[in-house]
Design a protein around this ligand. Sequence first.
Ligand SMILES: O=P(O)(O)OC[C@H]1O[C@](O)(CO)[C@@H](O)[C@@H]1O
Length: 457
Amino acid sequence: MNGIKFDFSNVFHPNIENGLTEEEINDQGNRVQDIVETIIQNNPGFLNLPFTRVYIDRVLDLKTWIQSFESVVVLGIGGSALGNQALQTALNPLHYNALSKEIRKTPKIFILDNVDPDFIASVLDQIDPKTTLFNVISKSGTTAEAMANYLVARGIIEGYGLDPKKHFLFTTDPEKGILKKIAEEEGIKTLDIPPSIGGRFSVLTPVGLLSALASGIDIIDLYNGAKEMHKRVTNPNIWENPAAFNALVHYLYYQKGYNISVMMSYSNKLFLLADWYRQLWAESLGKKYNLKGEVVNVGQTPIKALGTTDQHSQVQLYNEGPYDKVITFIQLENFERNIKIPNIHCDLPELSYLGGKNLSALLNTELAGTEYALTENNRPNLKVIFPQINPFNVGQFIFAYEFQTAVMGNLLDINPYDQPGVELGKKVTYALMGRKGYEDFNIEVENKLKNKKQVTM
Ligand SMILES: O=P(O)(O)OC[C@H]1O[C@](O)(CO)[C@@H](O)[C@@H]1O
């Protein structure tokens, strides 16, 4: 089969004592089938993306311009950054920016998704504003972090006497928000984030496409992968639909108290897919209210881990701690590069077994070891297998997990597309930072803070 594969063997009984049974899956088969049909009917914004050329074409129109810069700096956070980071890490050489211009050929890519001044300054030190494009990404145009970094970048561009139109590109809602307004007034180019697509579902819109194309990633093949996965995830047969199946597996375990979902990549390049997944799973599913308005406080906590590194940090807990985790391994079958371990110290059994083997064989054998141990310890685990890393397979992965999240949202009977729980913190920040219109709220917050119990040491 073309593309990524899923191996669910170790979520089932008898591999796992008290594991799922086929009957449990079949019992929910009709319900999941209805959910898949409902999602198709409701047609959430992300669903038809792979079949539209409009965003790809718009980004492709800018190809020569964006690739003429030495550096492209993305200013965004959450869904406006995580997908970009995942694509860059997976589909470009690790340490891409450190490669020489001759090898890289395309601009350096920096993604600023925090307002830590040490971090921001360290990136600003590496760029020449005269040859830099800042891609400000914010669907709402109100996110304090993205806006603060925009102002910092704008201050630099203006300080150098450069024309903002030539150094900024805004990716934002096509109808509303301050970025749109500034762009219209000043003639700054914009790319649209479709209003129907929330940040964490937006990696296949210009949000992720622009920086991907800037660094030479084949965005058409990314879409081809998503398109191919669309066929698989809209299949009404649960046994042939990996996204619906995976959602159901997680849901059934969640009902049994497994409230943590670990994604453990045995590939450094694929590791940031787990970071992208964390926002998708957490923000979509962690909800106070169900669709009837009842308080349910649901959600499964996503954790990212890297193999083998985290075998020496986390796996003790996964094997012997509480029975509360479903572990997803990401396995890569064929690495782009390989390194053979030299035959040195052939007389020392502690080392000689390694000689002559490839590092990739060691890595995947360690995965097999961890998988075996977890299964022996009756810890449910499954695998997403990449035959190799390419845009097609990454596009498939992204689309499968977006659909899986939608199915899980339906199983939990919540709205997976909103995020009301992040609003209060944002409002407090506005109030404490003195944003106009938040004066009364500022007084309320300050008063509450004054009356809080203090325990400091
Ligand atoms: O693109 P925006 O509107 O700046 O939002 C950034 C992120 O902030 C959130 O609204 C809240 O964390 C996310 O849903 C979103 O991805």
